[in-house]
Each structure stands twice: as structure tokens, then as C-alpha cells.
Write a protein that binds this ligand. Structure first.
Ligand code: FAD
Length: 473
């Protein structure tokens, strides 16, 4: 039997389930169609599991250098089964939380594969959703006034580096490893590749990162890449940049080898496993886009600033529209889409003010544009930079690599970007984001009293440094 809804959401990941909750708050009769598990990539294959493993790696590495803190530890060892069990327990707890939120919001959840149909007996417009149910029961037919496509993304591969799930893996398989290899090659030195490199190195694995660009995390400010490169090299990670991987992996005796052209020289790399981390592609297949006028570009759905597609009653949010593929972006886009559907007149998303984080050791966070981008845009700059080496709390933590950098316009005093690398900076970036949302000047940040001793003092000092007035430099 066909069911009618105000809104049906295809995909119950971070974007989809948050959109559903906002829709329920606004009184819309809402359903979610999810073929896997509510919570999607972020909860089951992304943010949460990777951060749980990163935390175990950090505890392991810190315990091993316990003597630095006067704590004598001997025979520190790793029970990787327990590491994975801890990760799974956290996922399970959060998954139950999302299921509870769906019940609380009276949101109907259809477990199955959803597909958009063209005009039919149910509706003259495309948008009826047919659901092939996971439990094998007859297809459900959902007739919504509005649809949100939130089908997310999956790991991309390179020709010749096809994932076999055993020796050649993506982040999906890496999260499920039952035992750690002794060595690994990571192809791709972007956000996800560097998180894995840092974590696996902290677990004691021999790590080589191969990156096509001339620096790792190439979308970040150049100074941040340089500092990350310095710290990771100091920790023994082999970073190979300006490297073009050749499209062939050779698997022999449980060992993977690949070749890459590095600055014109052919080099070979061998390891027990190869992790391919070269970006993510949108899940567009089989969702019925061909039955609509929805447009795609470079493999992603095209939307306007309220996330409407060419079919004005069909919206798209999250990884499936590309851009910043982040959980907090997906959920915010979901809220904008739902509020637009409900006639609430939301403000469009300002992508320049979205904070971006890397949860490696050291952490990275940034908001706004880099120094290079600001120069390209023709701004006259003044820059304040302050090192964690002069911050008492960082020394107390035993983690004083890194700095805070503020890029400001010297004529208007506008803050154009804030870039941080160091301990706990992912928890510190929101202050910079709020300052930029409120159009604050570096002076206003500096005169927000930063408590002592905290890591946030580095932000206050960097803001003073913009006008050459840092106290502790
Ligand atoms: P998804 O979370 O991918 O959800 C899409 C859902 O749609 C899935 O559950 C899928 O099963 C379902 N689906 C697909 N097709 C259909 C269909 N036809 N019918 C029904 N259901 C369907 N982001 C951060 O902000 N912070 C981080 O720390 C972070 N870490 C990450 C670490 C890793 C290793 C990875 C891979 C990603 C990470 N991300 C992180 C990115 C983040 O996970 C994504 O940006 C986010 O999950 C996107 O949400 P989404 O709702 O668009 O898609």
C-alpha cells in the first residue's frame, strides 16, 4: 500500500537523520529510507570509528613514553581485539541513540533500498519512492510532497589499485582490521590518509605515505603542511610527495608492491598492506536520477543555495553534492533544506565559515582562507603566528609542536582565515569560527581574556601578534 508523507529522505547518514529530526520538529510527516544502518558513514565507517581508534593509538603512544611524565611503564603492549571492541561499543551506543531519536520524533524508518520513480499513477511529478525492503517483503511505495537525497559517498580508487579487501584496502576495511600489519603504504596524503598515517604510526606500524601533490594535506595553509611534514617525519613516517603512482600493484608472498614516479625517478615501495585514500565518490547509482531532471556535475548532484535540485521539490545534501565532505556540513545542509521546505526562510550556508579538522597527532583545524588564497585574491595581509612552545599548558601536556596562525587584511582588519596545528586544536577552532561569523577583528579576539593556563592562550597571542604585540614571543 502507498503511504503519503510531507518529506521522504533517501539515506539515514548524518545529513539524512539530522534533516529528519528537524523536519519532525517543524511538524512535517517524515520518513527515512536507509539500506544499511542509521548513522551512515560517519557513525559506522568514518568519523566515530576512526576517532575511537585514534584515541587508543594516542593512549598507547603516550603510555610508551610514560617516563617523560615520570610514570614508569614497562612491557606496554596492545590488545588490538580490545581496541576494536571498544570502538564497536561506542558505535553501538551512538547507533541506539539515533534509533531512539527516530522513535522520539515519530519518524518512519524503512530499511531497504530507495529509488526515485518518474511520473506515475501516484503522482504527476517525479519523486515517488519505491523501497526494495531488506527483509524481502513486497516493495513499499512512498508518496512524498518533498524528497531529500542524502545517499552519501564511498571510497574512490585509482586504476590498477583496485580494492581486494585483504591486501589492498580502503578506509572501510582498515576500520575492520582484526590484526595490525607490520608495514603499510598509504596512497593519498589528504585528511583521511594523514589521520591513518598518524594513528598507525602511533600503533607502532611502519608507515609510508605517497602523495601526488608537492606537499601533504595540500588544501591546508602551506605553513600547516610544512609543520605536519616536520612532525610526522620526526616520528619516523616516510612521506613521499610529488609522486605519481603507476597503475599496477604486484601482490606476492603476502606483500604488496607499487611503483611511483617521484620527481622523475621511478621508485618501488613494498608493505604488508596498501591503503588507498584518494577521496570519495558520490552514491548516485540506482537511485533513479534518470527518472528526474536532476543535474549532476563531475559526479555530484547540483543544487542551489537552499539545496534544491533542478526538480524544486527534490533536495540533495551532504557528500552526494560534493564540496566539503564533512559530517557537520551534511547535517547543516539538511537543516537548511528542511527549513526551506517548511517555508522558514533559512540563511544559505556560508562554506567559507565552516571549520575543518584533522584528528591526527598533531591535530589540525582551520576556518576561512589560507595565506596563499588571500594573496591570490589581492588582499594586503598582516599575519600573526604563535607557537605552542611558549604556551605553558602545551608544555604541561608534553605536546608543544605546532602553532596558531591568523591571516588578516591589513586595510580592513578583517580576519580572513585562522589555521592551527598542535594539541587539541580541533576543540579550539570554534572560537575562531565564531569570531569570523561575528566579523570580529584580531584586536577583539586578543581582548577576549583567555584563561591561564589553557591552550587557547595561543589564539589570544596570535591575535596580538597580528599587530606585532604578542606578549610571550
Ligand atoms: P553518509 O553518512 O554516507 O550516509 C548516506 C547513507 O545513505 C548511508 O547510510 C547509505 O547506506 C544510505 N544509502 C545510500 N544509497 C541508498 C539508497 N538507494 N537507499 C537507501 N539508503 C541509501 N567528517 C567529519 O566531519 N569529521 C570527521 O572526523 C570525519 N572523519 C571521517 C573519517 C573517515 C574514515 C571517512 C570515510 C569519512 C569521515 N568524515 C568525517 C566524512 C563524513 O563521514 C561524511 O562527510 C558524512 O558521513 C556525510 O554524511 P551523508 O549523510 O552525506 O552521507
Amino acid at each position: 500500500m502507498a503511504q503519503e508523507y510531507d518529506l521522504v529522505i533517501l539515506g539515514g547518514g548524518t545529513g539524512g537523520y539530522v534533516a529528519a529530526i528537524r523536519a519532525s520538529q517543524l511538524g512535517l510527516k517524515t520518513a527515512i529510507v536507509e539500506k544499511g544502518k542509521l548513522g551512515g558513514t560517519c557513525l559506522h565507517k568514518g568519523c566515530i570509528p576512526s576517532k575511537a581508534l585514534l584515541r587508543s593509538a594516542e593512549v598507547f603512544a603516550t603510555t610508551k613514553r610514560g617516563e617523560d611524565f615520570g610514570v614508569i611503564t614497562s612491557d606496554v603492549s596492545l590488545d588490538f581485539g580490545k581496541v576494536q571492541a571498544r570502538k564497536n561499543k561506542i558505535i553501538d551506543q551512538l547507533h541506539k541513540g539515533v534509533q531512539h531519536l527516530m522513535k522520539q520524533g515519530k519518524i518512519d524508518v524503512y530499511e531497504g533500498i530507495g529509488r526515485i520513480l518518474g511520473p506515475s499513477i501516484f503522482s504527476p511529478m517525479p519523486g515517488t519512492i519505491s523501497v526494495e525492503m531488506n527483509n524481502g517483503t513486497e516493495n513499499e511505495m512512498l508518496i512524498p510532497k518533498n524528497v531529500i537525497v542524502a545517499t552519501g559517498s564511498r571510497p574512490r580508487t585509482l586504476p590498477g589499485l583496485e580494492i581486494d579487501g585483504q591486501l589492498v584496502i580502503s578506509s572501510d576495511e582498515a576500520l575492520q582490521l582484526e590484526a595490525l600489519p607490520k608495514s603499510i603504504i598509504i596512497v593519498g596524503g589528504g585528511v583521511i590518509g594523514i589521520e591513518w598515517a598518524s594513528m598507525l604510526s602511533d600503533f607502532g606500524i611502519n608507515v609510508t605515505v605517497i602523495e601526488f601533490a608537492d606537499r601533504i594535506i595540500p588544501t591546508e595553509d602551506k605553513d600547516i603542511s610544512k609543520e605536519m611534514q616536520r612532525v610526522l617525519k620526526k616520528r619516523g613516517i616516510n612521506l613521499v610527495t610529488s609522486a605519481k603512482v603507476l597503475p599496477e600493484t604486484i601482490i606476492k608472498d603476502q606483500e604488496v608492491s607499487i611503483s611511483a614516479e617521484v620527481k622523475g625517478v621511478l621508485k618501488q615501495f613494498k608493505a604488508e598492506k596498501l591503503l588507498v585514500s584518494v577521496g570519495r565518490q558520490a552514491n548516485l547509482e540506482g537511485i533513479g536520477l534518470e527518472n528526474t531532471d536532476i543535474q549532476t556535475e563531475n559526479g555530484f548532484i547540483v543544487t542551489n543555495e537552499f539545496n534544491q535540485t533542478k526538480e524544486s521539490h527534490i533536495y540533495a545534501i551532504g557528500d552526494v553534492i560534493g564540496g566539503l565532505q564533512l559530517a557537520h556540513v551534511a547535517s547543516h545542509e539538511g537543516i537548511i533544506a528542511v527549513e526551506h521546505i517548511a517555508g522558514e526562510k533559512p540563511s544559505p550556508m556560508n562554506y567559507n565559515l565552516v571549520s575543518r579538522c584533522i584528528y591526527s597527532n598533531p591535530e589540525v583545524s582551520s576556518v576561512g582562507i589560507t595565506e596563499e588564497q588571500a594573496k591570490e585574491k589581492g588582499h594586503k595581509l598582516k599575519i600573526g603566528k604563535f607557537s605552542f612552545r611558549a604556551i605553558g599548558k602545551a608544555l604541561v601536556f608534553g605536546d608543544s609542536d605546532g602553532f596558531v596562525k591568523i591571516v588578516a587584511d591589513s586595510e580592513t582588519d578583517d580576519i580572513l582565515g585562522v589555521h592551527m596545528i598542535g594539541p587539541h586544536v580541533t576543540d579550539m577552532i570554534t572560537e575562531a569560527g565564531l569570531a569570523m561569523v561575528l566579523d570580529a577583528t584580531p584586536w577583539e579576539i586578543a581582548h577576549t581574556i583567555h584563561p591561564h593556563p589553557t591552550l587557547t592562550e595561543a589564539i589570544g597571542e596570535a591575535a596580538l601578534a597580528v599587530d606585532g604585540k604578542a606578549i610571550h614571543s
